[in-house]
Design a binder for this molecule. Structure first.
Ligand SMILES: NC(=O)c1ccc[n+]([C@@H]2O[C@H](COP(=O)([O-])OP(=O)(O)OC[C@H]3O[C@@H](n4cnc5c(N)ncnc54)[C@H](O)[C@@H]3O)[C@@H](O)[C@H]2O)c1
Length: 246
């Protein structure tokens, strides 16, 4: 039996890991690519408790050769049908508080990483006759942000633009490319970044009165990755509790 794979870049934690669980429950074979080898091992054992297996690829998303090697390995193992780009890092502050090195480091991961993963995967999906790519943008890339720094905001606006051009250029290959734009999600990234006071201020602006749980992102990502959204491409879907409405 040929196996259908979902590759989740940044799949060892937070939104990526929650998405892995939903896609595994939908019958996909999992491939997790993440720079944090320890978190990858923990994710594999957590998935194992649910009866699911995952191939794991430790690597940096800004390293094209690591992504190409992972994708080549998957091409041998089965059909690569889904790519979720969930690797990311967050900086807070103003332009006066981030350095040129901060900018380069963040853009390498959050924007170039999405470009490199798509570049590695799109020819494979095209050969298979199609697939679905879901990128993690952010509310910060669409409207004024709470505390995000200029490098983070620019990277996420860039991901939205990249999503649109790839959706347009590869629709005839059968590949759909979409984004989700989360508001604030209860993940290790958020726990590490914000003070309790900052979290309280953000929650005050959210009509639903709380942050998202990772699985609430995962269900939208799984929808965009599935045939249930077969006529949706090039879109950015807000998942933000109503904090930004458009
Ligand atoms: N949590 C939020 O509130 C929120 C809001 C908007 C957007 N997002 C976006 O969602 C995505 C997932 O965020 P999360 O909250 O789940 O964060 P997280 O920190 O829980 O998970 C991110 C994962 O990316 C991996 N990663 C980081 N740099 C990497 C690199 N160079 N190469 C490979 N892997 C790398 C980390 O090891 C980690 O496993 C990110 O792109 C983030 O910007 C998150």
């Amino acid at each position: 039996m040929t196996r259908d794979f979902a590759l989740i870049v940044g799949g060892a934690s937070g939104i990526g890991l929650a998405t892995a669980e939903v896609l595994a429950a939908e019958g996909y074979e999992l491939a997790l690519f993440d720079q944090n080898a320890e978190a990858l091992a923990a994710a594999r054992s957590r998935l194992g408790q649910g009866g699911w297996r995952a191939r794991t690829y430790p690597g940096d998303v800004s390293d094209a050769s690591a992504l190409i090697a992972a994708v080549a390995d998957l091409e041998q193992a089965g059909r690569l049908r889904i790519l979720v780009n969930a690797a990311g890092i967050l900086h807070l502050g103003t332009i006066n508080e981030i350095s040129e090195q901060d900018w380069d480091q963040l853009v390498q991961v959050n924007l170039k990483g999405v470009f490199l993963a798509c570049k590695a995967v799109i020819p494979v999906m095209a050969r298979l006759g199609g697939g679905a790519i879901v990128n993690l943008a952010s509310q910060s890339g669409r409207t004024k942000s709470y505390y995000s720094a200029p490098d983070y905001v620019a990277s996420k606006a860039g991901v939205i633009g990249l999503t649109m051009v790839l959706a347009n250029q590869h629709a005839r290959d059968g590949i759909r490319v979409n984004c989700v734009a989360p508001g604030v999600v209860e993940t290790p990234m958020v726990a590490a970044a914000y003070t309790a006071e900052q979290q309280r201020r953000m929650i005050d602006t959210i009509p639903l009165g709380r942050f998202a749980r990772p699985e609430e992102l995962a269900s939208v990502i799984a929808f965009l990755a599935s045939e249930r959204s077969s006529y949706v491409t090039g879109q950015t879907i807000n998942v933000n509790g109503g904090s930004f409405m458009q």
